[in-house]
Design a protein around this ligand. Structure first.
Ligand code: GRG
Length: 327
């Protein structure tokens, strides 16, 4: 299959995203105008809708699907997952005291922490309602995934400001906070399209490996991209004491002691810039990029049983784009 065909198929699935958008808006509507406005705030602000895309494309891996409109249950699955993602962003921005999200004011910056937490709770409640309408298994899966997100976040907090954070601790944390939701997106797409158990598991594997790669890329870009490219402040992880894969590699390099001297506690903006420069001057980013490649290889290998399926071509399009984002 040519790269062009792969890209076209990914775009074909993306053509279903407007259905996700209108269902998202319907899901957050309530009789209270303030709650509706707060709950819709980040939906309006944008976002890449990566998790619904993985869900839709996984649904399109079903045998016999050859394009056209996907079943409404697959769309609703993608909506439930995006609502959990949104809820986690509302809470995360309160935790981090972040002011900007999706190039807009964060909900906490605009309405305060109390309302941001409540609006985040509301999004999780709506996600749970939709999941329960799909099946008991999907409701259980989404609930377990919310627990994994919390575990991932708590494990990140436990190792905050620790230059001794291990790679295993890093991978456990990103598995919980990011990969678990991508895995749920893929499994829900497979379940709502009625695929057999082996297919649900294989697509879940895809989601997990893709989610790991996605978070490592996010972590690399926090160190290498500009504020304009990211639409939010960069170098944020180092300032927050979250030492990500490139930093952990750099700490093991011959510049490790120099870098460790800057880390471990509150840090000035000038020292964040210096720490970023040191990481750049080591092989840390390159080594983390190699790790992204391994996770993406693993994601692609899990699609072996879906050769020729519409959705598999779309998922391959996503891995290809993530690979290219670091070029
Ligand atoms: C209550 C569900 C819940 C969770 C509580 C706060 C928390 C525990 C978890 C935070 C998880 C988190 C924010 C992980 C980061 C994931 C990540 C890579 C976010 C950015 O995702 P993108 O790039 O963002 O897909 P857009 O804006 O494009 O959707």
């Amino acid at each position: 299959m040519t790269e062009n065909t792969t890209a076209t198929r990914a775009d074909g699935i993306a053509a279903q995203l407007p259905r996700v958008e209108s269902a998202l808006r319907a899901a957050v509507h309530t009789d209270d105008p303030l709650l509706t406005e707060m709950a819709a705030h980040l939906i309006t602000a944008g976002g890449k809708r990566q998790r619904p895309l993985v869900g839709l494309a996984s649904g399109a891996c079903a045998a016999g699907f050859d394009g056209g409109d996907l079943d409404g249950r697959i769309v609703q699955g993608g909506v439930a997952v995006e609502l959990v993602h949104l809820g986690s962003l509302y809470h995360d921005d309160v935790i981090d005291e972040a002011e900007i999200r999706r190039q807009a004011d964060s909900v906490n910056a605009r309405w305060g922490n109390l309302r941001a937490i409540l609006a985040g709770d509301f999004l999780l409640a709506r996600a749970s309602e939709i999941a329960a309408s799909l099946s008991t298994e999907i409701a259980g899966l989404l609930a377990a995934t919310i627990a994994h997100l919390c575990e991932g976040e708590v494990s990140e907090l436990r190792t905050a400001f620790s230059p001794d954070r291990t790679e295993d601790e890093y991978f456990a944390s990103i598995g919980g906070k990011t990969a678990s939701l991508f895995r749920a997106a893929a499994r829900i797409g497979a379940l709502t399209s009625g695929q057999p158990r082996e297919a649900v598991d294989a697509l879940g594997e895809f989601g997990w490996a893709y989610g790991m790669a996605f978070q490592i890329v996010d972590d690399i870009l926090d160190l290498t991209a500009s504020e304009a490219e990211m639409g939010k402040p960069v170098g944020h992880d180092i300032a927050e004491g979250v030492y990500t894969l490139p930093v952990l590699h750099a700490l093991k390099s011959d510049r490790g002691d120099e870098l460790a001297g800057l880390l471990g506690g509150e840090i000035t903006d000038a020292d964040v810039a210096l720490a970023r420069r040191i990481v750049h001057e080591t092989a840390g980013v390159t080594q983390a990029t190699v790790s992204v490649g391994h996770w993406l290889d693993r994601a692609e290998q899990s699609l072996a049983g879906f050769d020729g399926r519409e959705g598999a071509a779309a998922l391959m399009g996503l891995t290809g784009r993530l690979r290219a984002s670091l070029d």
